[in-house]
Every structure is written in structure tokens, then in C-alpha cells.
Design a binder for this molecule. Structure first.
Ligand code: EPU
Length: 423
């Protein structure tokens, strides 16, 4: 098992280039199943969730050629199987996108109940509601979901909850359906717009992505024959913005979309940081201890839950007492127990945490409990005094490309160490 050994404190300085968005890539890859042809996808992040998505597509009959480690050509003309391998799909959350894309393409989909980060209950009732509204019969039994339809027919879908996954799944299922589908109360995250742009580039007719009403006019086929570049990762960019603030550093974050980061910028300005926006980059700097803040996570354009642990590391060392209210996931405060091992004073209960700011964190052995918790603890290790050993980093590898190299280039002292298995 690998671990990261970090020696701090370091003020991060320099430039970092943001990779393609994980949460767009893991939706665009299954979306290729709707194409009866060949397409090229560029700016794919080189992360384990993308590799797993590609393996699943290959198991379904897709032919994938790696052009570089961030670019593939994918041929989906010979999709022969509608049953996604259970042992693969149960390992990560985004496997639910295979439901929308397989039923859209083949009229039948069999997918294992999705796994992924343990953030509390992760129901999929809205996904099922959308598929049923389009005319599918959906069964959940023995750890898998089966969806079948002779023909999907466009309809009106009102989402009871703003859900990224259910919005994308409804789009995927509706693209080749007969007639028009309207999704009301849709999620508006940048990766939803990116999936819609990808599908439109391939011949779909999707309008309104990025607003809360999305309209999909069903088309007969998606052509492929063209290439698409995945949008830069909003959450990776936000992670480096918050790392600059926590470490009292100065980082130029390149290849990002400043508009996607407005609410993080606003929070950084509120706690005393400096942010300069350019066309496709942002400079973030900080020269004092951050001040306290109140943070509430919300669907886009609110403060993203996927940056909540990282701002937790910032507020752990802020002047005064901060509060964080997590309104998306019920168990996203597990990282606070690890931060407390490093000297933080955080009390988390239910969906809220109170962070009494301390002057300095101290290195300690800590465990990444999920992907973003891992990023938060990595930031904490960089700003802490002494050595931090960060375990369970396979969570981080799921969603951040070359993370230790990117932080090393900013001056952090980080080594990846492979420890022999105990057995
Ligand atoms: N929800 C339901 N029923 C559903 C679907 C969702 O009740 O059918 C609830 C969830 O329990 C949650 C809320 O609705 O309370 C929002 O969940 P959403 O469906 O938006 O989340 P998701 O699609 O499962 C994606 C990202 C997550 C990110 C959330 C929120 C992917 C693969 N995952 O999850 O990313 O936290 O949106 O923005 O896109 C991460 O990258 O670390 C990560 C966890």
C-alpha cells in the first residue's frame, strides 16, 4: 500500500496546471456508448476512476486506443454486452451512468449498485424515477439494477432533489428517445454542461444545460467522428486555491475557468486572501492568518461539497471560530477526526462542524477516509509542523492526477512510499 510522507510547513509558490474534470470524464466515457462510431476524447485526467471507466467500456465491447495518457480514441460500433461487470461497477459511484447510456443504446442495462466514497446514504431514487418516466421498467435486486424498455419516449421529469447524477442519467437516457424530454429542477454544475456539450458535438440536441430546465429533443443517432476536450476540473482548481490560502503561499493556477470558481474566490476574499482572475488562470495569494468564516455547501453555483474538507483545513488554522454546514452528504466530516490528530480543534456533529482556529497544526499519521478528505489532509500535512504520514491514498488517486508531483513543483516536501503488505 502506498502512503504519502509530507514534511512541513511549506509556503506553496509557483504555477500548477489543472487537469480535465473527473466528474465530467466519468460521465462522458459512458456517454460514448450512445455513439455508433469512433470519437476522440482529449484532456482526460490520468486517474484511477477514468482507468476503471475505460476497463468497463472495454468489457462491454468498446475498443479503446490510448493516444497519450490524457487522450483516447474510442470505437463503440461493436457494443455487444448490456451487463456491466459487477465487480467493476460496484467499485465506483459513476457506474450509475451506464444505466442511462446502455438503456439509451440497447434498450436494456444491468449494472451493479454503485460504490464510491463513503459519504453516507447515497440513494438513486431520482435516477430510477427519471428512467421510469421515460418508459423503462427498473428492478433493483441482488445488488444490481436492471432497466429495460422497448422504446424510451420523451417526457417531463421533475427532479425532487437537485442531483448531478440523476440529471446526467436522465440526459443520457433521453438523447436517443422518441420526442422531447424536459428536466425541471436540474443540477447546474459545470460537468453537466460539459456532458451536454460533448453529446451535442456528437449530434445530440440538448438545450439549457447549466440552467435548471434542460430540454432534450431525441435524435435518431449520434455520429461520432469528431473529438472533444474535457472541461478543466473545478474541484482540483479549488483545491489548489485553498492550498495557497492555507499555506500563506502564492500560486498561479493555469488551465481553469475562473467563472466556475466564483464562490470559492468570494470565500477566499472574505477570509483575507487575494485573488486575481485572468482568462484561463487564477492567481491566489495570502500573507496572513485567514479569518473565521461561515461556510454552507450547496449545489452549483453554491459552495461545492467537494471542497468542504479542503476549506476545513484552511479554517482549522483561522483566527476565531468558524462553522461549516454540510447540506449535501451526511458523513462528510470524517476528516475532522484526522485533523484533530494534527492539533485542530473541530467538533463535528451531524451536518455541522465548529472549528476553533489554532495557530499551527502538527504532523501526525492520518488516514484519508475519502477522496476530498485525502486532499484536505494533504493540505494539512503541507502546512503542519513536522512529518505527516498520509495513509489510504488510493482514495486520492481516484480523482487527482499526479497530485504529489503538482504539489512538489510548488515547493512541498512530499514522498510517495510503498509499504510492503502485512500478509
Ligand atoms: N440524492 C437522492 N436521490 C438520488 C440522487 C441523489 O436523494 O437519486 C441526494 C444525495 O443523497 C445527495 C444529493 O441528492 O444528498 C446530491 O447528490 P448528487 O446526485 O448530486 O450526487 P452524485 O451525482 O452521486 C456527484 C459527484 C460527487 C459530488 C456530488 C454533489 C460524481 C461522480 N460525483 O455525486 O463527487 O459530491 O455530485 O456535487 O459526479 C467527489 O468528486 O468527491 C464526489 C463525491
Amino acid at each position: 500500500m502506498d502512503k504519502l510522507v509530507i514534511h512541513g510547513p511549506t509556503k506553496l509558490k509557483g504555477e500548477v496546471t489543472i487537469s480535465g474534470a473527473k466528474n465530467a470524464a466519468v460521465a462522458i466515457l459512458p456517454a460514448t456508448l450512445l455513439i455508433n462510431g469512433i470519437c476522440r476524447i482529449e484532456n482526460l485526467p490520468n486517474i484511477s476512476d477514468v482507468k476503471m471507466s475505460c476497463k468497463i467500456l472495454e468489457a462491454l465491447g468498446a475498443k479503446i486506443t490510448w493516444i497519450t495518457e490524457n487522450e483516447i480514441e474510442i470505437d463503440t460500433r461493436d457494443i455487444c454486452c448490456t451487463q456491466a461487470p459487477l465487480e467493476m461497477t460496484s467499485k465506483f459511484r459513476a457506474s450509475y451512468y451506464l444505466l442511462g447510456s446502455l438503456i439509451g443504446r440497447c434498450g436494456i442495462a444491468e449494472v451493479g449498485l454503485p460504490g464510491g466514497c463513503n459519504l453516507g446514504a447515497r440513494p438513486i431514487d431520482q435516477h430510477i424515477k427519471a428512467l421510469e418516466a421515460l418508459g423503462a421498467k427498473v428492478d433493483v435486486a441482488q445488488g444490481k439494477i436492471t432497466a429495460k424498455a422497448k422504446k424510451l419516449v420523451g417526457t417531463s421529469i421533475y427532479m425532487d432533489i437537485v442531483s448531478v447524477g440523476a440529471t446526467i442519467n436522465a440526459i443520457l437516457a433521453a438523447v436517443l428517445a422518441d420526442g422531447t424530454t424536459t428536466i425541471d429542477n436540474a443540477a447546474k454544475e459545470p460537468h453537466i454542461v460539459d456532458v451536454a456539450n460533448f453529446l451535442n458535438t456528437m449530434g445530440a440536441d440538448i438545450r439549457g444545460a447549466g440552467t435548471d430546465v434542460i430540454k432534450i429533443n431525441g435524435v435518431k443517432e449520434l455520429r461520432g467522428g469528431t473529438s472533444y476536450s474535457v472541461v478543466p476540473d473545478q474541484i482540483e482548481a479549488g483545491t489548489f486555491m485553498l492550498a495557497a490560502v492555507a499555506s500563506k503561499g502564492n500560486i498561479l493556477i493555469k488551465n481553469c475557468i475562473p467563472e466556475h470558481l466564483d464562490c470559492i474566490t468570494a470565500k477566499i476574499l472574505e477570509i483575507g486572501g487575494n485573488v486575481e482572475n485572468y482568462d484561463d488562470s487564477i492567481r491566489v495569494s495570502m500573507n496572513k492568518r485567514p479569518s473565521k468564516a461561515i461556510v454552507k455547501t450547496l449545489p452549483y453555483p453554491g459552495f461545492p461539497t467537494d471542497l468542504q474538507p479542503q476549506i476545513g483545513s484552511v479554517l482549522a488554522i483561522a483566527e476565531g471560530t468558524s462553522t461549516i454546514h454540510e447540506s449535501i452528504w451526511e458523513s462528510r466530516f470524517q476528516y475532522t477526526f484526522e485533523l484533530n490528530k494534527m492539533g485542530a480543534k473541530i467538533t463535528a456533529q451531524g451536518k455541522s462542524a465548529v472549528l476553533e482556529g489554532v495557530k499551527l497544526l502538527t504532523g501526525a499519521p492520518v488516514y484519508a477516509t475519502d477522496l476530498r478528505a485525502g486532499a484536505a489532509l494533504l493540505i494539512a500535512g503541507i502546512i503542519a509542523n513536522g512529518e505527516t504520514q498520509l495513509y489510504n491514498i488510493e482514495h486520492i488517486d481516484r480523482g487527482y492526477e499526479n497530485i504529489e508531483e503538482k504539489f512538489r513543483n510548488l515547493g512541498a516536501n512530499i514522498q510517495r512510499v510503498t509499504e510492503p503488505d502485512e500478509n
